[in-house]
Ligand binder design. Structure first.
Ligand code: GLU
Length: 439
């Protein structure tokens, strides 16, 4: 059975970059009729927070990315300890003592000498007596001893991938305070949970190489890997600094529709065009991991607005009736209201904005040269109630009286009544402008 997982660390809100990972794993599992696990990578007690676990779930629920079960790494520490013991017994684990500052110095020296900054395995050369002495003065931690061979796999996105293990530092698996680190926890989970496909960002390619070796050492089955390219801004600029402003909760607050976001993310960076889908089943059906490429993927948050608008415009009145009622539109006006405004909303929140305009009126926008014209025209507006013919009859009379026509006639009236240059057909909007009743 196909098993995938989305494995966020609950150390912050998830953003569009994380979503790409989550969505691809979700779509692969659903397309294959398999299982999608939400794995909370919370082995770091200092940085992990429960509020982020809740927020991640909330974001995924909002998008409809349902999981089959939740796993928490903090509840599986005994499994990681057992794996660590096994690796230690096999002689694949060694104790090291360098501080971050010392490691940094080593790295700089290597770079100065034009050598790759790979850990020099100094820990392996220490005698027992030296280790005892070092333990007295500082904490030790543990590295996995990589076999210096080429590590290869067929990446579902990157194709044949080969990494020379000698060019990679032996990964640290256990910290000085005993905390297990991501690499070993992830390997144990992927193996024991029967994960068959791991999709994650291209920043994990080196991790994958080391994880494959650890999996082999532990005797686990190696899943298939797919590394998607990282998102950049529209000009190809790094997005990392801006990702904080591209959290899913922010997009939700801005009124982005889940299906607009998912439609974009399921296709961006692939050879398939971005097409708005209204149903998750269609997204699942049309998803092909092999169609994605390794080139950085340009993401423009502005593209979500037209997709969101298009999604909303596609609803029938019946589908929106409850939401229209919820903003206070009386039943006898509700369908007319939807017909008038539906092409003019960009988010659901605009329903309330338009109804407010109908009931309270807009701040009129009147250009200096139109002040007299608008005043005279408004004096000619027949008393409410207005119907579909009122606008035509009124503007014809105003034209007659003032000699204005075309844009010079209609635009000042639209701006005076709605405060905007664009908007719905005025002949249909006018009967809904309750505010004019008071006149
Ligand atoms: N917690 C890791 C991360 O967020 C998971 C990476 C993985 O998918 O293995 O980067």
């Amino acid at each position: 059975m196909t098993v995938t997982r989305f494995a966020p660390s609950p150390t912050g809100y998830i953003h569009v970059g994380n979503l790409r990972t989550a969505l691809m794993n979700f779509l692969i599992a659903r397309k294959a009729g398999g299982e999608f696990i939400l794995r909370i990578d919370d082995t770091d007690p200092e940085r992990s927070e429960e509020k982020y676990v809740d927020a991640i779930k909330h974001d995924l629920e909002w998008l409809g990315l349902t999981w089959d079960r939740v796993e928490r790494q903090s509840e599986r520490l005994d499994r990681y300890a057992a794996a660590a013991d096994k690796l230690r017994e096999m002689g694949r684990f060694y104790e090291v003592f360098e501080t971050p500052v010392e490691l940094d110095l080593k790295r700089k020296k290597q770079l100065n000498m034009k050598k790759p900054p790979v850990y020099d395995r100094a820990g392996l050369a220490l005698s027992d007596a030296e280790k005892d002495a070092l333990r007295e003065e500082r904490g030790s931690y543990w590295r996995f001893k990589l076999d210096h061979e080429r590590i290869e796999w067929e990446d579902l996105i990157g194709g044949h991938t080969s990494i020379d293990a000698a060019s990679v530092s032996d990964p640290v698996l256990i910290r000085a305070d005993g905390q297990v680190l991501y690499t070993i926890a992830s390997v144990v989970d992927d193996t024991e949970m029967g994960v068959t496909h791991v999709v994650r960002g291209a920043d994990h390619v080196t991790n994958t190489a080391t994880q494959i070796q650890i999996m082999h050492a532990l005797g686990g089955a190696v899943p298939q890997f797919a590394h998607h390219s990282l998102l950049t801004g529209p000009q190809g600029e790094a997005l990392s600094k801006r990702l904080g402003t591209l959290s899913l909760r922010d997009l939700r607050e801005q009124g982005v529709e889940p299906m607009a976001l998912l439609s974009q993310m399921a296709r961006l960076g692939s050879s398939d065009p971005v097409e708005l889908r209204r149903e998750m089943a269609e997204l699942i059906e049309g998803f092909e991991i092999g169609h994605f490429g390794t080139a950085p993927t340009k993401f423009d948050v502005a593209d979500l607005s037209p997709l969101t608008a298009k999604f909303l415009h596609g609803f029938s009145y019946a589908e929106m009736a409850d939401e229209i009622a919820a903003v206070g539109v009386p039943a006898d006006k509700a369908e007319a209201f939807w017909n008038v405004v539906h092409e003019n909303i960009s988010t659901r929140a605009d329903l309330a904005t338009w109804w407010k305009l109908c009931t309270e009126g807009a701040e009129p926008v009147i250009d200096e040269e139109d002040v007299d014209f608008v005043r005279d025209a408004m004096a000619m507006l027949p008393a409410a109630p207005h119907d579909g013919d009122t606008w035509g009859a009124w503007t014809a009379a105003v034209k007659e009286a003032t000699g204005r026509k075309g844009r010079g006639l209609f635009m000042p009236l639209r701006k005076a009544l709605t405060g905007m240059q664009h908007g719905p057909d005025m002949s249909q909007l006018l009967p809904l402008l309750q505010v004019l009743k008071a006149k």
